[in-house]
Write a protein that binds this ligand. Structure first.
Ligand code: CMP
Length: 151
């Protein structure tokens, strides 16, 4: 079982796409174990995107992600990191496969609606950046036995 961090970015909130995006992730069977709406501070944004510091798009990325509220979620499921990334589609919406969130709902890489962790270590550190351990809920779902064998 894996956990991953998802951010519905300011363009998702402003364009009224929160429900549409959560719907696509939730309907795959991923379990929402934490969720909150916040406006990111510049300090947290810079920490989250530290790996991109120095790149030409970095300052624009920080301005974008702090420009309006975002929705932060932790999703859990088998291979959740990969499942979220394939549901989102390629980082650049122009290159994303049809049927993915970014291909269906976005146009450009600098306004690509969603973020999902790219690996297990990143997921762990991103989740810890935004959520306390006691905010990650543990609860049974009766539907799990219809989604996977021995959840
Ligand atoms: P995300 O998955 O959140 O990870 C890093 C983000 O940087 C990415 O989505 C885009 O929002 C942004 N990004 C990546 N490449 C570019 C680019 N060439 N120009 C502008 N923004 C970019």
């Amino acid at each position: 079982m894996e956990r991953t961090l998802v951010i519905l970015k300011p363009d998702a909130v402003q364009r009224g796409l929160i429900g549409e995006i959560i719907c696509r992730l939730e309907r795959r069977g991923l379990k929402i174990i934490a969720m909150k709406m916040v406006q990111l501070s510049e300090e947290i944004a810079r920490r989250h995107y530290a790996v991109h510091e120095g790149k030409p798009f970095f300052e624009g990325l920080i301005a974008y992600i702090t420009s309006a509220p975002v929705v932060l979620m932790v999703l859990e499921g088998p291979r959740a990191i990969e499942v979220v990334r394939t549901t989102m589609g390629a980082t650049d919406p122009a290159k994303a496969a049809p049927g993915t969130i970014r291909a269906d709902l976005a146009l450009t890489v600098d306004r690509n609606l969603v973020h999902g962790s790219d690996g297990p270590e990143t997921a762990a550190s991103e989740i810890a950046l935004f959520f306390r351990e006691d905010e990650l809920l543990q609860y049974p779902r009766d539907t799990d036995r219809w989604l996977m064998v021995k959840p």
